[in-house]
Every structure is written in C-alpha cells, then in structure tokens.
Design a protein around this ligand. Structure first.
Ligand code: B4P
Length: 187
C-alpha cells in the first residue's frame, strides 16, 4: 500500500507517519526529515537547502524528487510507503505517479489532515519554544502557510478527481487522529 499523508505545515503528518511505521511496519519517506538530515551532515545539498528551509520556502522540485527516487527501492522491498510531506507541488505529484508507474505501483490512499490555522500556529509556537527548529519561528511559519496555500493545496483536486482523497479531522489528540486514520485505511 502506498499512502500520502497530506496537510498544512505542522498538521501532524510526521507524527502520524511515525505511528504507522510502528503499527503497520510501513516505510516512512519524509522529505522534511531527509532535508534536515542533509543539513545536519553538512553536505553540499544541506548547505543549498538550509537557508531556503529556514525562510519557510519550498526546496526545488528537482531536489526532493531525486531524494524520493533514491529511497523508492526501500519502499518497494517493504511493500509500500508513507509519503510524508511529499508531494507538495503538482510537479512533484506527477513525478511521483510516473516513478511508481515505472515500478507497476500507484498511490492507494491520500489522507488529508484538516487543522485550522490557529491550532497550527499554537503547535509550532510550542515546538519552537521546546526545540527551536529554525523554520518554526513565527515569520518563517507564515511563509510556510503561504507556500502551502499557493503550491500544495491545489493538489487536493488532483487526488480528489482520482477518488483517492479521505479528509480527517486533525484537530483532536494524536490518538484520536490515529484512530480516524486507521478507520479510513481499514475501510
Ligand atoms: P516538514 O518536515 O514536512 O514539516 P511540517 O510540515 O512542519 O511537519 P508535519 O505536518 O509532519 O508536522 P508534525 O507531525 O511535525 O517540512 C519542513 C520544510 O522542509 C518545508 O517547509 C520545506 O522547506 C521543506 N520540504 C519538505 N518537503 C518538501 C517538498 N516535498 N518540497 C519542497 N520542500 C519541502 O507536527 C507538528 C507539531 O505538532 C509537533 O510538535 C507535534 O508534536 C504536534 N502535534 C502533532 N499532532 C498533534 C495533535 N494531534 N495535537 C496536538 N499537537 C500535535
């Protein structure tokens, strides 16, 4: 099964992906985690992406598509993947479809976590206070929300038209959201 966890920044995609890895043995492909690992390693790629991410802007399609392509064999071996934070643009979605089609696979579910802006702001403010993640500062977070509305939200009709989209209330507790995702996947 190939699943996309979709939603605005800080909607809880990473939180729910990690839980699904534990409960279903799926492979999590998080472009955010891959980019943060590149930054932490001090690689050329990390240096290229650091300022872009700190500002809250999206990294180029070419970079994130290449990161995902590199990890697809791992997902194939495990029988499927949770795409977490990818795709974030129509170009990324089309590239993902093409990459999966070459392997005889496809996206089976797209779960959209719906969380209102006020709750998102509270979550990142809390994480910024606790962990100081650079792109969680209030100015960068505003940029991330704009990028989501401009570049990522237009993907919703792309998946709705394919009959793949399930909307989940992402405002509840982590466990409540997890139960709603499980119910959607097991239907
Ligand atoms: P991501 O790493 O994907 O960051 P995110 O959108 O903040 O994460 P997520 O929705 O997973 O929230 P989380 O579970 O952590 O991207 C970061 C940056 O990387 C982007 O801005 C961009 O620059 C770059 N990037 C990544 N992918 C890209 C792509 N495909 N194309 C271009 N650029 C890309 O949860 C957030 C917080 O809320 C946590 O503190 C968590 O504990 C809390 N939380 C979660 N669920 C909760 C709940 N139900 N109730 C209360 N709190 C909850």
């Amino acid at each position: 099964m190939n699943l996309i966890l979709f939603g605005p920044p800080a909607a809880g995609k990473g939180t729910q992906a990690k839980r699904l890895v534990e409960t279903r043995g799926m492979v999590q492909l998080s472009t955010g985690d891959m980019l943060r690992a590149a930054i932490a390693s001090g690689s050329d790629l990390g240096r290229e992406c650091q300022a872009i991410m700190s500002r809250g802007d999206l990294v180029s399609d070419a970079i994130v598509i290449a990161l995902i392509e590199e990890r697809l064999p791992e997902a194939e071996a495990a029988g499927g993947a949770i795409f977490d934070g990818f795709p974030r643009t129509v170009a990324q979605a089309e590239a993902l479809d093409a990459m999966l089609a070459r392997k005889g696979a496809r996206i089976d579910h797209v779960i959209r976590l719906k969380v209102d802006d006020e709750a998102l702001l509270e979550r990142v403010a809390r994480r910024y206070a606790e962990q100081g993640r650079p792109d969680d500062n209030p100015e960068s977070f505003k940029v991330r929300l704009v990028a989501y509305n401009r570049n990522t939200a237009p993907l919703l009709p792309y998946y709705a038209d394919k009959g793949l989209l399930t909307e989940i209330d992402g405002m509840g507790s982590v466990d409540a959201v997890a139960s709603a995702i499980d119910a959607a996947l097991d239907k």
